[in-house]
Design a protein around this ligand. Structure first.
Ligand SMILES: [Zn+2]
Length: 416
């Protein structure tokens, strides 16, 4: 088994070149990418990736959700592989790096290992998950969701796009309705390298983010019922002003999030006031609440706190209140041992890093339910993502690729 010296690195230039070449498929006039899932562009991107993997000596198989698995053999083929994965699909006005970076970094790691004759006990597999973005077929992370048992395959295949095409038909049409059963591919551990999609790493001048948790969220719909009446002739003590109450409640959302800082966030992003007339006291207001935090206990606490304060506000003003939970996603705690492999590799290679939480959803958040998982972030300029102007620097991609190479080879050679 080969041990990795600190000076063993990936080829950053080759990785950058592969990113540029993939970005030509579905390239947009503004310099981004439109390679939405199960389109002809997606098919071309998948074929390019499969060709590259085969040229690097890997065996590519496809499951019946179109998830692609490119396997590099280990010296002990009976052991479950270490996986590196992400997604090649993009938003309609997407960037060149969201998802693509993680898949092509996996490829670069294997190419570097081949060149430098690095062998591992466990095989290594590069995964391209189908339809992470959810832009064409909602919900996002659809196929990693089926792999993890969150959705059934039949339900997923019936998802319909805006033109009435189903996921199942389109998967068949582009020739990626594979024969392997979904969720059966044995994985010992899963690693995902992704752009941060936020501003923290760049602002702190760091190369690497080691992701320890994925944020959970809880969404509420709030409705306050008051009474419409004349704004001139109704004395202040006799009003049932739904918007005045909603204003107080919205202020509590911000305060509750600040009280649970620095990791908590709380947002009211939507509000509708009725009748929305200058000289009528608002009779009904509905608004949304979005609470997020890396632990469920805090999300529950924030929600309970908001409920209690809202009840008090509405009671004092004689208003009727209803609060409904409309959606929720449980936080993810990534695997300690995976995180440790990433931490050790980052320290060994002397990169500046911090540990952090993922604010966005990723395939890794579902895979973590069934396979020991962790994530690595690189900075992105201005925190901009889901945007054609999404940008990273080549040295950021290279740093992440080097860390992942060392982490994955150590994990694949460990006796455990
Ligand atoms: Zn992504």
């Amino acid at each position: 088994m080969s041990q990795l010296n600190d000076d063993i690195k990936t080829n950053g230039q080759r990785l950058w070149h592969s990113l540029e070449e993939m970005a030509q498929i579905g390239a947009t006039a503004k310099g981004g990418c439109n390679r939405q899932t199960l389109t002809d562009e997606d098919r071309k991107g998948r074929q390019l990736f499969a060709n590259w993997c085969q040229q690097a000596g890997m065996t590519v198989t496809v499951d019946s959700m179109g998830n692609m698995f490119a396997l590099r053999a280990g010296s002990e083929p009976s052991l479950a592989p270490i996986a590196i994965g992400s997604h090649l699909d993009t938003q309609p006005t997407g960037g060149k790096y969201d998802g693509v970076l993680g898949v092509l970094t996996g490829l670069e790691i294997v190419r570097s290992m081949n060149e430098q004759n690095i062998t591992t006990r466990r095989p290594i597999v590069i995964i391209n998950w189908t339809n992470e973005e959810g832009a064409r077929f909602a919900p996002p992370m659809l196929s990693s969701g089926v792999f993890a048992g969150v959705y059934t395959k039949d339900w997923a295949k019936r998802r319909i796009d805006f033109d009435g095409h189903s996921f199942g038909e389109e998967l068949q049409r582009i020739g990626f309705n594979g024969s392997e059963p979904v969720g059966k591919y044995p994985l010992h551990a899963y690693y995902e390298f992704h752009i941060e999609q936020g501003p923290i790493l760049e602002a702190e001048n760091l190369d690497i983010g080691i992701v320890t948790h994925g944020q959970g969220f809880l969404w509420l719909d709030v409705s306050v019922q008051g009474k419409e009446s004349h704004s001139g002739s109704t004395p202040m003590p006799m009003r049932k002003d739904a918007l005045a109450a909603a204003a107080q409640m919205i202020t509590t959302v911000k305060q509750i999030a600040l009280d649970h800082g620095p990791d908590a966030v709380g947002t009211v992003g939507y509000i509708h006031s009725s009748p929305n007339s200058r000289n009528t006291i608002p009779g009904e207001v509905t608004f949304s609440v979005d609470f997020r935090h890396p632990t469920q206990e805090v999300i529950d606490l924030m929600t309970a706190n908001f409920n209690a304060q809202s009840q008090t506000i509405c009671k004092e003003l004689g208003l009727h209140l209803t609060i409904q939970q409309v959606s929720a996603f449980e936080p993810v705690k990534f695997n300690d041992s995976n995180v440790d492999y990433l931490r050790q590799a980052t320290q060994k290679l002397n990169y500046n890093y911090r540990e952090m939480i993922s604010g966005a959803g990723h395939d890794a958040c579902y895979i973590a339910r069934v396979v020991p998982t962790a994530m690595l972030f690189c900075p992105c300029v201005g925190g901009l993502s889901h945007n054609e102007e999404e940008k990273i620097l080549p040295q950021w991609a290279t740093a992440g690729a080097n860390v992942l190479l060392h982490a994955v080879v150590s994990a694949a050679n460990a006796i455990d």
